[in-house]
Design a protein around this ligand. Structure first.
Ligand SMILES: [Zn+2]
Length: 377
């Protein structure tokens, strides 16, 4: 007898098993194909619309923080306009029709967000503007369009003279002149994944859409962006990579990040971690990011009074975070740490003092950091 492979065996078994299934007994309404396609499109439009709203909200908050906090970013500053751009290439193939027709996103850089009050905002740039040229340079079309465009505007911004943009708005061509200002040089991205998470990888700050939905106010958005920015500004990735105590985690470092402190990430954490590789910081670095982050928030003129409460709210989404010590401080530690920092900053504001974090010896953990902990469902 010929041996059958498990796959062939399975192929033989399945039809037998299927005959045992019970067929529906009622007359279910028939779905029209054309209408199903229309509905698919409608639902995709809703997804994009929600993503775009979240994205603009995030960029608006982040813009204030990276500009006002530039003094805390040391040499990691660069010319900054306060707008971001994308093309259809930034969206998956099945979404391109929708973003082109419904949202006017072109194959050349299209303005995705203009932060209120920014240089771009004051110059009159509008979301949806299609950038035709930058100081006479015409953006290429293709996969790296946005990367090249960003490199170009960064380079032109360093020349010390206003940068001339030609944008298309409807059928009109408009010339806009902008003199960029200095800001912390870390891009801010919104991951479309429905995960309550955020991380910083030394050059970027990434907030997940699930996290954006959890925020109840712009102050909460600012708190998490500021925390992640503090990791980057304080060069925690560099520090950690040269720290021999983390030898075990080499290379691909994971970070459960700001808002986490032990929130249930299910499988998302490892997915996010293996896909991007951000840092797992020691508990002390987390405390420092909370502390310095609060200064970033205050410098951007966000009300910091409610910041400690955010950790009470996080505790209610996962009660294990109250006592769980892993890579992050527990939620009570974070609440109390922030409460003290709020007092310190408010006193400085009252006395008209410069808002700068108090420097001291960084107390790094002597213990070997634990592997990042994923809490099971
Ligand atoms: Zn963190």
């Amino acid at each position: 007898m010929k041996l059958r492979s498990p796959a062939r065996l399975l192929a033989l078994l399945v039809p037998v098993a299927l005959t045992a299934c019970v067929a529906p007994q009622t007359r279910v309404p028939q779905v029209d194909d054309t209408r199903a396609q229309e509905e698919t499109r409608k639902q995709r439009e809703m997804v994009i619309n929600e993503y775009v709203q979240s994205y603009r909200r995030l960029q608006g908050v982040a813009s204030r923080i990276v500009v006002s906090g530039r003094e805390l970013c040391g040499d990691k500053v660069a010319p900054y306009y306060g707008f971001t751009a994308w093309t259809q290439e930034n969206f998956g193939k099945e979404w391109r029709d929708v973003v082109a027709a419904g949202f006017g996103i072109d194959t050349t850089p299209t303005v995705a967000s203009v932060a209120p009050g920014s240089v771009a905002y004051q110059a009159g740039m509008k979301e949806g503007d299609i950038v035709r040229s930058v100081n006479g340079w015409i953006p290429s079309i293709g996969k790296d369009t946005i990367a090249r465009f960003n490199e170009k505007i960064a380079a032109e911004g360093k020349l010390g003279v206003p940068v001339e943009f030609t944008v298309q708005r409807g059928t009109e061509e408009i010339k806009l002149s902008m003199m960029p200002e200095q800001a912390c040089d870390f891009s801010v991205d919104l991951s479309p994944d429905d995960v309550k998470n955020a991380y910083a990888d030394g050059s970027r700050i990434v907030i997940y859409k699930g996290m954006m939905e959890f925020f109840r106010s712009d102050e909460e958005v600012a708190l998490v962006v500021s925390h992640e920015l503090a990791h980057n500004a304080m060069k925690h990735i560099d520090a950690q990579q040269t720290n021999s105590t983390v030898g075990g985690i080499a290379g691909l470092l994971l970070d459960i990040a700001a808002a986490l402190g032990g929130v249930n990430t299910g499988g998302d954490f490892s997915r996010a971690g293996s896909a991007i590789g951000a840092g797992v910081y020691s508990v002390d670095f987390e405390k420092e990011a909370d502390y310095v982050g609060l200064y970033f928030m205050a410098l951007a003129n966000y009300d910091i009074s409610d910041a400690p409460n955010f950790w009470r709210r996080m505790a209610t989404t996962n009660s294990k975070a109250i006592t769980m010590k892993s890579t992050h401080p527990t939620t009570p530690e974070r609440f109390l740490g922030l409460e003290t920092a709020v007092g310190e900053i408010k006193q400085k504001i009252e006395h008209g003092e410069l808002l700068r974090p108090e420097l001291g010896e960084i107390q790094t953990s002597k213990t070997t950091p634990e592997q990042p902990q994923v809490i099971p469902h």
